[in-house]
Design a protein around this ligand. Structure first.
Ligand code: PLP
Length: 446
């Protein structure tokens, strides 16, 4: 029997499919949201998911317009612009998955480590996952919640320090488990093993942790021998085999994982399904993810963890650059003050063509340009684009989805200055949280 007026009202709003459903639901306390979900049948739950996704889509649209308008005003470039409202929207969707499943979600610091946003993010997620000492420390000191560390191999002189910042340490081999496992247990830190789930659907080999000869994750043949001997030291298993993928891929990877490792799960505390879940993408099948996690939990009774990185800041970061010059060689080339090589390295590594606000494919709009960086690298090129108006020197160009794997990977190649980092506040203003100088470049040379 529901007595809380806010809970009753939210259930009513959801049942009517009201446009204020998302605000009503997301503004409730943990307990109230749980009561709301308990009060909904499966049809109403489905409707809630759709309403949350639709509301999020609408907010992204209006915030994109705000970013475009803001970029036209005076703003020092290059700058990574992080939109607080959009990150909150992503957080809300991820918390909804937690609400529906009881899973825990860790933010993968490798994708995004701009800690100015951690006070916001830590209100929604359970902690961070770290790739080693520095990320573990940042997670502990700035996110201030659970820290789960995984490295393909740990250095002897670092393990003790990582322990001091972590709740869980995940090993990639029985050799490392044998070497450090007891020390980890003695420090009351949990022990995990990363396994190769034996199935992945990642087209690019460099991003496929299950590609032939991969070093990432213990193979089932090694596992079946080692687990007999060391199983008593292990609290949980971890796999990571997704890359920007939907819940159908997780379902198939999990099926393979269960087939290989299901017999070893009894007595463990948790299984970590890794990252690569594009939960906050418009077409992500949240209902399917909820079903997959709940089925797994019901079958094995284990705590499920997810550790996505991209999903936290998906489409919520921008890189604004200015046109420095326009040169011509068969085509018009706009040279920007931001570099693909130094400031958006995945553009060249993956490679992919980032979206630029207001642009079209080459020749789709009247004025076509190649956008390129100022470095010496001939291939420092973002791609070919077209615009409704001719580009002028001094014009701003806004690259979207630049929060993830950009700030964490950028370099000072050519001694180039790093872009500022600014936060577009929910309250309306813009706060530059970091600027860089010659000292940052010099500090990394000898
Ligand atoms: C072990 C592990 N966990 C989590 C992630 C985060 O993945 P994503 O940012 O694609 O969600 C990665 C990415 O490479 C990873 O290797």
């Amino acid at each position: 029997m529901v007595t809380d007026g806010k809970v009753k009202n939210t259930i009513r709003v959801i049942s009517k499919g009201g446009s204020n459903t998302a605000t009503a639901y997301q503004s409730l306390t943990d307990e109230q949201r749980k009561d709301v979900l308990d009060g909904l049948d499966s049809k109403a739950l489905l409707s809630l998911t759709r309403l949350l996704q639709a509301s999020k889509h609408k907010i992204f649209h209006s915030e994109f317009c705000r970013v475009e308008a803001m970029s036209a005003h005076h703003i020092r470039t290059p700058v990574y612009l992080l939109n607080e409202r959009l990150i909150r929207e992503n957080m809300g969707m991820m918390r909804y998955v937690k609400d529906r499943t009881g899973c825990k979600i860790l933010h993968a610091l490798k994708a995004f480590a701009s800690f100015a946003l951690f006070p916001l993010m830590s209100g929604y997620l359970d902690g961070t996952c770290a790739s080693g000492l520095h990320e573990a420390r940042l997670g502990r000191e700035e996110f201030k919640k659970e820290v789960h560390a995984f490295a393909a191999a740990y250095k002897e002189d670092e393990v003790g320090h990582i322990l001091g910042y972590s709740d869980v340490i995940i090993f990639n081999s029985f050799h490392q488990l044998e070497e450090y496992g007891q020390m980890v247990r003695d420090a009351r830190v949990q022990v995990g093993l990363r396994v190769n789930p034996g199935h992945s659907e990642v087209a690019t080999k460099a991003y496929d942790p299950c590609a032939p000869c991969s070093r990432l994750g213990i193979t089932v043949s090694a596992f079946s021998k080692g687990f007999k001997r060391y199983g008593a030291l292990v609290d949980g298993l971890h796999f990571h085999a997704l890359c920007e993928q939907n819940a159908d891929v997780l379902e198939r990877v999990l099926g393979s994982f269960e087939g290989l490792y299901g017999p070893y799960l009894e007595g463990l505390k948790w299984v970590n399904f890794g990252g690569g879940h594009h939960i906050t993408r418009d077409d992500y099948d949240v209902e399917r993810l909820v079903k997959v996690i709940n089925n797994f939990k019901n079958k094995y009774g284990l705590q499920v963890y997810l550790e996505p990185g991209e999903a936290s800041v998906y489409n919520a970061g921008f890189l604004i650059a200015s046109v420095l010059d326009i040169v011509e060689n068969e085509t018009l080339i706009a040279i920007l003050d931001a570099s693909a090589e130094a400031h958006m390295p995945d553009v060249l590594l993956m490679p992919y063509r980032p979206y630029v606000m207001g642009s079209g494919q080459p020749d789709e709009k009247k004025y076509s340009y190649r956008l390129a960086g100022p470095s010496c690298l001939a291939g420092d090129v973002m791609g070919d684009y077209s615009f409704d108006r001719p580009l002028q020197r001094g014009d701003k160009v806004v690259f979207t989805d630049m929060g993830l794997y950009s700030i964490v990977k950028n370099t000072t190649f050519n001694g180039m200055g790093l872009p500022d980092i600014a936060v577009m506040k929910e309250t309306g203003g813009l706060e530059t949280v970091k600027t860089f100088s010659y000292e940052d470049y010099k500090a990394r040379q000898s």
